[in-house]
Design a protein around this ligand. Structure first.
Ligand code: FES
Length: 167
């Protein structure tokens, strides 16, 4: 008569070798999961933080004044007129001559984007919004602005002065 042996081991119980394989598989799966999640997060972050609109815009030079109207020493405000989406736009910029350097400054405050004004008596740019102050070269003297005023591209061609904007 043949004997039937009944194993008391559960069919679902894994041997030591199988446990190691399962643990390794789980570790790899978790690592892969976090790798995929972090890759997607980083991609989304760069996708939304990359200023596409700014990057796509071409640098265009606009006539602002004649060369003989440049400040001998000091600051002169100039207007820049252009059109965006067929609408006429106007902004301003400052041309600065320190005596040793001639350059154009953006009037956009580096704090929250208000437009600064040149104050002749105090010889500094003042921001009307939160009291930011910049010296004649655009460096921050006082207040919350985290960075200097931006310099704008400027060129002189045939005695005419042009400032470049990305519009
Ligand atoms: S926007 Fe100029 S100081 Fe805040």
């Amino acid at each position: 008569m043949s004997q039937i042996s009944i194993s008391h081991r559960s069919p679902y119980k894994l041997s030591r070798g199988h446990k190691m394989v399962r643990r390794t598989f789980l570790k790899k799966t978790i690592k892969l999961f976090f790798f995929v999640v972090s890759s997607i997060s980083i991609s989304v972050f760069f996708l939304f933080s990359y200023p596409w609109k700014i990057r796509k815009k071409e640098l265009t030079f606009f006539y602002v004044t004649d060369e003989d109207m440049l400040p001998v020493k000091g600051v002169r405000q100039v207007s820049i007129e252009y059109s965006r989406y067929s609408r006429p736009m106007r902004t301003k910029a400052y041309i600065v001559n320190t005596g040793s350097e001639l350059f154009a400054l953006s009037p956009v405050c580096s704090h929250l984007g208000c437009l600064v004004n040149w104050n002749w008596p105090r010889k500094r740019f003042l921001c009307p919004c939160h009291g930011g102050q910049y010296d004649i070269t655009g460096n921050v003297i006082k207040g919350p602005p985290p960075a200097p005023l931006s310099r704008l591209p400027m060129k002189i061609d045939k005695e005419k002065v042009y400032i470049g904007l990305r519009v």
